[in-house]
Structure formats: C-alpha cells, structure tokens
Design a binder for this molecule. Structure first.
Ligand SMILES: [Zn+2]
Length: 202
C-alpha cells in the first residue's frame, strides 16, 4: 500500500494540496489506513494549536511550560539513560499567513532508543518563542503505543521545567518557550530513560 508523506499530509491539512492529490488522499483514507490517518490527525492538531489562538482552551493533558525556570528543583534523573538517535528530520515549512496568527512553521523529527520510537511534531507561529510540541511514544517491539511513559522537559543543568504523562495512545502535548539546551526525557519502566536534545529544534 502506498502511503502519503508527512509533507503531503501537512499540505492536505493546510488545504494546499492539488485537487488530484486531495482526491487520492481521501480515497486512501477511505481504505482505513491508520498510518496516514494518524499523520493527518497530528498535523490537524498542530495546525489548530496555531490557528485557534483566540479561542484556544488547553486540553486537559496539555502542560503549559511557558514559564521556564518556574520549577527550581533538580529533575530526578535516574543514573541510567540513553541518548536517542535521530532517524528522521522533516522540512521546516512556513504555512500561509493566517487571519491573525501569522505564518505557522511545522516540522517533525523522529528519534529512537531503548526499543522506543519517539515521534515529535513541532509547531511555531511566526517568530514567536513559544513552541507547540505533540509527541507520540511507540514501543517498537510490541508495535503499539507506550501507555505508561512519563515525559519530562529539563534544562542542561537538570532543572525540571515540566512533566506530563502519555495518554492511552502514547501521545503527549507540551508548550514551551524556545530556549537552547533543553532536554526531553522519556521515562518508562524496565528500560533506561531516553534523552532527546531539543537544541537543534530551536
Ligand atoms: Zn497510508
């Protein structure tokens, strides 16, 4: 089965696909492809995070991490951790200017370590320092979402900026102010903490 690329999915969500590709995508979705449906759903959420600014109500599982340095206690990093490897890095592409939101850039990176695949989709409005991140943690062996991982954002000095947990689909959402040397840590049972540097995303 031929799937659609992230770029095609993002274009479709933005409404800038040509009529032919749009028709192909709709036909493909009608076959019930979970891979492409998930990609489209993620891009829709990134898109809506950036376009519904005025009416924006954070969902329950969204942690607002805008006030960096708010928490001053050191993050409790277990001694054992594994640096994740970057396996995919998408384009960073500005979206057409919205009515009042300004252009949105969206990009995706995928990291792997400890048998986990961590899919990170970033959205940023114009030159805003605030980044929206929608992530999903997948267990490669079980080929399903990790349902019990904790996600922490911390500074290079191991200061905890914020923490959240993945939902039943292995997803989490974070909003934070762009800053150098931030680390994302994925903690789950029976494996080392997976650490991902966010420096190159900012
Ligand atoms: Zn597909």
């Amino acid at each position: 089965m031929r799937h659609f690329s992230e770029e095609r999915c993002a274009d479709f969500v933005r409404g800038v696909s040509g009529p032919e590709i749009s028709r192909d995508i709709r036909a493909h979705l009608e076959t019930g492809c979970p891979k492409c449906q998930t990609a489209l759903d993620s891009w829709r959420r990134v898109r809506s995070l950036a376009t519904e600014e005025a009416a924006y109500t954070p969902p329950e599982n969204l942690v607002r991490l805008v006030k960096l340095g708010f928490a001053s206690q050191p993050a409790k990093q277990p001694r054992k951790w594994t640096l994740a490897s970057l396996v995919f890095d998408s384009f960073a592409q500005p979206l057409p200017a919205g009515v009042r939101s300004g252009a949105l850039s969206v990009w995706q990176v995928v990291y792997e370590a400890e048998g986990l695949t961590v899919d990170l989709r970033f959205g940023r409005r114009g030159h805003s320092k605030e980044l929206h991140l929608i992530g999903q943690v997948l267990d490669k062996q079980k080929a399903r979402a990790s349902q019990s991982a904790t996600v922490e954002l911390s500074t290079e000095q191991d200061q905890l900026v914020g923490a959240t947990s993945v939902n039943a689909s292995g997803e989490f959402q974070v909003e934070f102010e762009a800053k150098d040397h931030l680390w994302l840590s994925i903690k789950s049972e029976d494996r080392n903490t997976v650490r991902i540097p966010l420096t190159n995303q900012i």
